[in-house]
Design a protein around this ligand. Structure first.
Ligand code: F2R
Ligand code: MG
Ligand code: MG
Length: 298
């Protein structure tokens, strides 16, 4: 297995690169191959930073603290292009509604948007060796803004994909299919292998897997983009070329591909141009330190 610290950093930096690459064409029609990254990242990275900061401060998950971090970070940079729901939830929390209740008030049954999956990379790396803790943390962190089962499951599946990529698990897809108990996700994941040979038929891939703002229409597309390609660069350019929610499918593909390839696999032309790179690398380094100081590295 490649160096663990490099994989932790690669996953967070991969999120930023995918987000910044896709941000240039988010919502544009058609399928475009872009290689130039935007100088600014969006809400995907801003919220991923909040997850990492909270895990570091608490050496693990604390829902109240994570919610407080999200609110604090949102009001510092409200212009990052957040989805419809989260800012309303943050307003409610700021006005005194409990962090455990606020997310229930926006959509009936809670949000199934991809906003909790797009930010989940820190949970995937932190729990790379413990799928039970990973699921609890992914559901817990999702519940703050996305309490619909399909939203929470999307976050858990994306985190598990990151964890399996850290481990370079040869049964990547099989383990993901086993991991999810939700039929819609299981069905889409079961078609991934069959679609590898159809990868250039982007309309067909989008019809089968989706490329939208919902968790179930973007997490499968990210898993496909990673597994159908042979390098970090290819995976990201491909993910963004699917169109639709490009920054988020890019961010999630980058989180998985960065966890697999590590920093060595990421082109210098991308990683050296990123906004806030040093701080995000430091966050990943701290997560790695907390994880390994207990002697649990394998
Ligand atoms: N918001 C955007 N992009 C819009 C353009 C931004 C622009 N460039 C700018 O600069 O302002 N991107 C970001 O939002 C997505 C993540 O969204 P999130 O956090 O999941 O939001 P939300 O509101 O919870 O859910 C998103 C949509 O999903 C549908 N939906 C969710 N739950 C639903 C339910 N129970 N019933 C019906 N519909 C539901 C709604 O349409 C929500 O608006 C990422 O793409 C991120 O990049
Ligand atoms: Mg975004
Ligand atoms: Mg997006």
């Amino acid at each position: 297995m490649k160096d663990l610290k490099s994989k932790f950093i690669g996953s967070l930096i991969g999120t930023v690169i995918g987000d910044s690459l896709g941000a240039c064409i988010e919502g544009f029609p058609g399928h475009r191959e872009v290689r130039e990254i935007s100088p600014r990242y969006t809400d995907d990275t801003a919220m991923m930073i909040g997850v990492a900061e909270s895990l570091i401060e608490n050496k693990g998950f604390d829902g109240e603290y994570m919610a407080k971090k999200f609110v604090e970070n949102y009001y510092t940079e409200p212009w990052r292009g957040y989805g419809f729901g989260p800012p309303r939830i943050f307003d409610l929390i700021r006005s005194g509604v409990s962090w455990e209740e606020a997310a229930k008030e926006i959509y009936p049954g809670g949000s199934f948007g991809n906003g909790s999956a797009m930010r989940i990379a820190p949970v995937g790396i932190f729990c790379y060796d413990d799928p039970v803790q990973l699921k609890e943390m992914a559901y817990g962190s999702s519940r703050i803004t996305h309490c619909h089962r399909l939203g929470m499951e999307g976050a858990a599946l994306q985190a598990r994909a990151v964890a399996l990529a850290v481990r370079e698990d040869p049964l990547f897809l099989e383990k993901l299919i086993d991991f999810t108990e939700v039929g819609l996700y299981k069905r889409k994941l079961k078609s991934v292998k069959r679609l590898w040979s159809r990868k250039e038929e982007r309309e067909e891939i989008v019809r089968e897997l989706g490329n939208g703002i919902e968790g179930f229409n973007s997490v499968p597309a990210a898993i496909f983009s990673f597994s159908a390609n042979k390098s970090f660069e290819e995976a990201l350019v491909y993910a963004v070329s699917l169109g639709g929610d490009t920054d988020t499918i890019g961010a999630m593909t980058g989180a998985i591909a960065g966890a697999y390839w590590g920093m060595e696999g990421i082109p210098g032309g991308w990683k050296n141009k990123l906004e806030n790179k040093k701080y995000i690398e430091e966050l990943a380094g701290k997560l790695w330190q907390i994880k390994t100081e207990g002697g649990r590295e394998d």
